[in-house]
Ligand binder design. Structure first.
Ligand SMILES: NC(=O)c1ccc[n+]([C@@H]2O[C@H](COP(=O)([O-])OP(=O)(O)OC[C@H]3O[C@@H](n4cnc5c(N)ncnc54)[C@H](OP(=O)(O)O)[C@@H]3O)[C@@H](O)[C@H]2O)c1
Length: 345
């Protein structure tokens, strides 16, 4: 694919919706795994949808730590999906919100003009193709940048609490990393399920986490949630900075611990964090789980319904112009964004 390096710009003037789809589009591109400085705004060919895909005129992309991993190519496990030696897509971004521009011949759910949100690959671009299976109609009460922040993190929270933990009214839930991308959705979703929610965050995020609906907030700079007297039916651990045995100590005898961060440890410590719960599980009534959140139309629609019912609101830390995608990723990598980060395309 021939590409031209362009001066950076944050305006979207390539397409007005009333003219045919342009043959070329602006996109943030990288040729090799490595530092975020590798990312360049370029003009490349507009993709064509396959039979089961829609072409989306992207208005915003939502970013998360997985995007940092795919640009860096580290942890290596990510390369199973993104390409071993070189990035397959070469455009960051999994989450998107935009307007359907065209549909493949087998698409039944959407038509041009529909406002949609969901997941695919390479969303930091003016146009992107996505399977209709990983899209849903955009929540009507959200802006595009708000909607773009929902898919991966909102689904991760929904799958953990609804499917893995099977939270019910009255379930006592602790969410570690309550102010982050997944955590800010998890607090609200657990609350909407009738759970009593405790959120763990820094001093600066206390009010934020309370406002999301947490009944109790533990400031990790002052207290260690694994040292308290309270016992939890569910611990949703997005940080994994406490040992397995410490977390189990504050879990009820048949409670569920959901381990949701590969980023809290490296090397042997990481391997032991993955293997230890598997070895221990047959010998304890406690449910020690990792899970993989797989995006789908029905669950995106469930999130849309929660959002439109006023039970779930995406919280945005900052919106960046497309040309500043590298800065957006760098801010996520620091590990203290409050809520979500979006890129306006
Ligand atoms: N299982 C899946 O399929 C799946 C899907 C998506 C994501 N994930 C994983 O979920 C994890 C969380 O992702 P995310 O997008 O929520 O991350 P994130 O938004 O980058 O998390 C940032 C948050 O972490 C908090 N934090 C930092 N240090 C902390 C500490 N010591 N104790 C408690 N909170 C702390 C920060 O709060 P303060 O600023 O208040 O310190 C900040 O709000 C990642 O490891 C990601 O890989 C898994």
């Amino acid at each position: 694919m021939q590409t031209i390096d362009l001066p950076t710009t944050d305006t979207n003037t390539a397409h007005t919706g009333s003219v045919p789809t342009p043959e070329e589009m602006k996109a943030i591109c990288y040729d090799n795994y490595g530092p975020f400085e590798n990312l360049k705004l370029r003009e490349i060919a507009t993709p064509q949808p396959k039979d089961n895909e829609v072409l989306i005129w992207s208005k915003a992309a939502g970013l998360h730590i997985g995007d940092c991993f795919t640009v860096r190519g580290n942890p290596w496990l990510m390369r199973v999906e993104t390409g071993f030696l070189k990035p397959k897509t070469g455009i960051p971004g999994f989450d998107v919100a935009g307007i359907v521009e065209a549909t493949g011949s087998k698409v039944t759910r959407f038509q041009p003009g529909d406002e949609v949100y969901g997941t695919t690959h390479g969303t930091c671009a003016e146009f992107v193709c996505a399977s209709e299976e990983t899209l849903a109609l955009k929540p009507a009460n959200l802006t595009f940048e708000q909607a773009a922040t929902v898919p991966t993190s909102g689904l991760a929270a929904l799958h953990a609490l609804r499917d893995v933990a099977q939270v019910r009214p009255g379930t006592i839930v602790l969410i570690n990393g309550a102010s982050g991308g997944v955590g800010s959705f998890a607090v609200q979703i657990a609350k909407s399920m009738g759970a009593e929610v405790t959120g763990v965050c820094s001093t600066q995020s206390r009010e934020f986490v309370h406002a999301l609906g947490a009944y109790h907030v533990i400031d990790y700079t002052a207290d260690d949630f694994t040292r308290g007297d309270k016992r939890y039916d569910v611990i949703f651990d997005n940080i994994e900075n406490r040992s397995l045995s410490d977390c189990r100590r504050v879990l009820t005898s048949d409670g569920t611990l959901i381990l949701n961060s590969g980023t809290g440890a490296t090397g042997f410590a990481l391997i032991s964090r993955i293997i230890a719960p598997l070895i221990l599980s047959p010998f304890t009534r406690q449910n020690l789980r990792r899970y993989l959140s797989v995006p789908g139309h029905a669950d995106l629609t469930e999130l849309k319904d929660l959002i439109e019912a006023g039970k779930l609101t995406p919280m945005i830390d900052k919106v960046y112009p497309l040309s500043e995608t590298a800065a957006a990723l760098a801010s996520i990598e620091k590990g203290h964004t409050r809520g979500k980060v979006a890129v306006l395309v």
